[in-house]
Design a protein around this ligand. Sequence first.
Ligand code: ZN
Length: 291
Amino acid sequence: MLRLEELLLPSIADVTVSSVDVNVEEVRIEAQGTVAGSDCPGCGGCLRRIRSSYLCFPADVPSGGRRVVLCLRVRRFLCPVISCGRRTFAEQLPGLTRRYGRRTERLRSTPAAIGLALAGRAGARLASVFGVSVSRSTVLRLVEALPDPEVPALRVVGAHEYATRKGRHYGTVLVDVQSRRPVDLLPDREASSLAAWLAKWPGVEVVCRDRALFFAEVAAAGAPKAVQVADRWHLWHNLSEAAERCVADRCRCLQVLASDPAQRVPPSRRSPKISPARPGRGDTASSTAPA
Ligand SMILES: [Zn+2]
């Protein structure tokens, strides 16, 4: 027979549900922990001496369209260690509550997962469809509170700039080229910041970058043993700009051909109109080897 704990609080260990009250609008669950003792966050000792208890009401995910009110009986333990800075502390139920948290862990993880996919405003709108009422600021705050994902050993790193305010403020984005995932963001594009970051990853063998002289110097300082290669996008970008300039410089030859009826090209085979070339970007460095 399925127990209430398994039905209402699955994957939460050491908790018992004493009563469940269901009405049209809400589900009221009364529960409490069952572990005999708890580890003191100050000294780490396992304590069994209970000083008091109180009720708390962390917000929980809705069930079947009904609001869930979780009435949790929390015990407060007394630490007898004189040298410990914590005299008393409240128990926490792993997987359900956290210190100073006003919502259950599953209510944190739901809007956080939505926020990862949709960000703040759209994430808050979709969460409300599921009955989770959160503001867009809360969605962003929950996403920011997520732990950083584990970064595997890096071998090929891409370093590029990004703009938070175009023309005014730039940062640096570091990408794992093999998995095509960003691994870190630096708040600036200072040489010292990037060189220090590269120095933390001695296993980097290849630095993929654009052709700006800044990145060449920094990569040589931070990862002197790494091979520097130009990234594909900038190679194609520079090549297309050079081809555009070349054709624009010879525009008069094309006009002569176009004025000669014998050399006129049928409309279906004409090239698109060539616009005057703009000054190229990132043409300064030349110490790279194409990827
Ligand atoms: Zn203690």
